[in-house]
Design a protein around this ligand. Sequence first.
Ligand code: NI
Length: 174
Amino acid sequence: MGKKQILTIPDPLLRKISDPVTSVDAEIKNLMDDMLETMYAAPGIGLAAVQVGVLKRIIVIDLSKDGQKRNPLFIVNPKITFKSDELISYEEGCLSIPNQFAEVKRPSSCKVNFLDYNGKKKEINADGLLATCIQHEVDHLNGVLFIDHLSKLKKDLILKKTKKQIREIDRVIV
Ligand code: NI
């Protein structure tokens, strides 16, 4: 087990399409354990494997609140089979786009098929925050970031701010 480094934009890997997992074996389970540890440490509520540099279709999510029992969800090879017409808006952020947040509208509920931590087939009907989180993470597996759902103006502003942040980080290295 170990915490991994989280890639941030403009890392080109974040724009790649991740490959399906052929078998949920010990190596994949180790990766999922590491992803969960990395996500808890960040802290975040969702993480895709590509964000730790592995182009595999794996997501970990935990929406439990501080002080509650942890409730990790391991999602391998997700397929969204239904998205509602009704939309919902959440202020989203992303561990790969540090300190930037924006309202994103997405279908308010969705149905997703996937393999769980033990390689078993599962299906869940998600709504609210979980539906948004699953869609955000599945986007990662397809090289899509939440800023891609914004107007060009808002997206450019976030990209500009992120570049400035990176420059500022560079400057304090003494
Ligand atoms: Ni993200």
